[in-house]
Ligand binder design. Structure first.
Ligand code: HEM
Length: 398
């Protein structure tokens, strides 16, 4: 029997973990209907929840494909022509074109810039006593940083942010309605048009940026026009939405566990370890992208047939009691933490080093500057999404 579930349940948004715990215990995947414009003849999607199954699926690239481009229709198609939606050589070709911008070396050279971005935003917060850490801090950093890596003028970012919020809302395939889908499509068209103009005026693009580098690669025939648009727009969205959530979730978790906040005030060297625990405990990307079976596969006795779609619940895997001791405790001193918040396998996150460095610098600076910061409310305001786990707002007294 296929197990189904209503992801629109507000209790699930507040806390998805009791549900995932039951799902893992059942050892069966869930069967979910996706958004109406993505339905094919096999219209359900399997959601796997156990760590072992999730890792097996993410590592499997011969009988499970990421190439789901055929699902999309209309003028927004270029948006989907990025590396995560490709397999094998095509995926490797696209990833290779931008890899250098996310290497350890490149990000290390960017640290001074990230420090300055964080400092500037902290300075502008100081004059206020009460702050919303999401809009006044967490949102600003990844946004400014990814703009400079990509080569998008900072002055354009406020209007781009409006589009990326609407696009991100549409990623929540299990809960979206017609209105959200329409807003997402409109925002995608505006973003693609904006990028087309930017690419056309390429003399204004700075070299040493992803945009410049991809424009040159396109001229040399290494990717086509749609792929160029898809890569830049996907990197733009992937490069800020999840990192905003990481910084916001981290500040919430630490402030709501004051003894662990204090531990970091006294031992800032523990911040990298704390970041890993934040990633595990409230994983910013709650699920992987969708995959499709190309052959019959057997995942621990659960058979997925060719043509059926599947995804993995990263949030659930990261609380699997067979892997993590006391999984529902937030513990920055946890020693064994093989979380999969950045995925695993060939599609593992290209931006993970960048995200970790941004979060480390953000936490180092804010903890040192405001060691006595206090929450204004103990009730978190989670964004209404089952895909991104992030806060709508986080009000504190500095
Ligand atoms: C806390 C922050 C982040 C989290 C939790 C996160 C999470 C993930 C996950 C789970 C995947 C794998 C998806 C799958 O296999 O279906 C992924 C892939 C990816 N991420 Fe991130 N990400 C973060 C930050 C970033 C940043 C800063 C960038 C930079 C632009 C980025 C760009 C990408 C790209 C391009 C892929 C696809 C890689 C491929 O297909 O080879 N992400 N990310």
């Amino acid at each position: 029997m296929k197990q189904e579930f209503d992801f629109n349940d507000p209790e699930f948004i507040k806390n998805p973990h009791p549900f995932y715990t039951k799902l893992r215990a059942s050892k069966k995947p869930l069967w979910v209907l996706p958004r109406p414009d993505m339905r094919s003849s096999n219209d359900g999607i399997w959601v796997f929840s156990r760590y072992e199954d999730c890792v097996a699926i993410l590592k499997q690239s011969t009988s499970i494909s990421n190439d789901l481009n055929y699902r999309f229709k209309g003028d927004t198609i270029p948006f989907y022509m990025h590396m995560l939606n490709h397999d094998g050589k095509e995926h490797a070709r696209l990833r290779r074109l931008v890899n250098q911008f996310f290497s350890t070396q490149y990000i290390t050279n960017l640290e001074t810039h990230i420090y300055n971005v964080v400092e500037n935003h902290i300075e502008s917060m100081i004059k206020n006593k009460d702050i919303n850490l999401i809009t006044d801090f967490a949102e600003k950093i990844p946004f400014d940083v990814i703009a400079s890596i990509l080569g998008i003028p900072l002055s354009d970012m406020p209007r781009i942010r409006k589009w990326t919020i609407a696009i991100g809302n549409g990623f929540d395939t299990f809960t979206v309605n017609e209105e959200i889908i329409q807003k997402q499509q409109q925002a995608l068209l505006l973003l693609l048009d904006y990028l087309r103009v930017l690419i056309k005026n390429e003399e204004e693009t700075e070299n040493q940026t992803v945009l410049y580098s991809l424009i040159q690669a396109q001229k040399e025939g290494h990717l086509n026009n749609d792929e160029l648009l898809g890569m830049v727009s996907f990197l733009l969205i992937a490069g800020h939405e999840t990192t905003i959530a990481l910084i916001g979730n981290g500040l919430w978790l630490l402030l709501s566990h004051p003894e662990q906040w204090q531990l970091l005030v006294e031992n800032p060297g523990m911040i990298p370890q704390a970041i890993e625990e934040v990633l595990r405990f409230e994983s910013p990307a709650q699920r992987s992208s969708f995959r499709i079976a190309t052959k019959t596969i057997d995942i621990n006795g659960n058979i997925v047939k060719p043509g059926e779609q599947l995804t993995v619940a990263i949030a659930s895997a990261n609380r699997d009691e067979t892997i993590f001791t006391d999984p529902h405790s937030f513990d920055i001193q946890r020693e064994v933490n093989p979380h999969i918040a950045f995925g695993i396998g060939v599609h593992s996150c290209i931006g993970q080093h960048l995200a970790r460095v941004e979060a480390r610098i953000a936490f180092e600076k804010i903890i040192a500057r405001f060691p006595h910061m206090k929450l204004k409310s103990n009730i978190p305001q989670w964004r209404s999404s089952t895909f991104f786990r992030g806060l709508e707002s986080l009000c504190v007294t500095l």
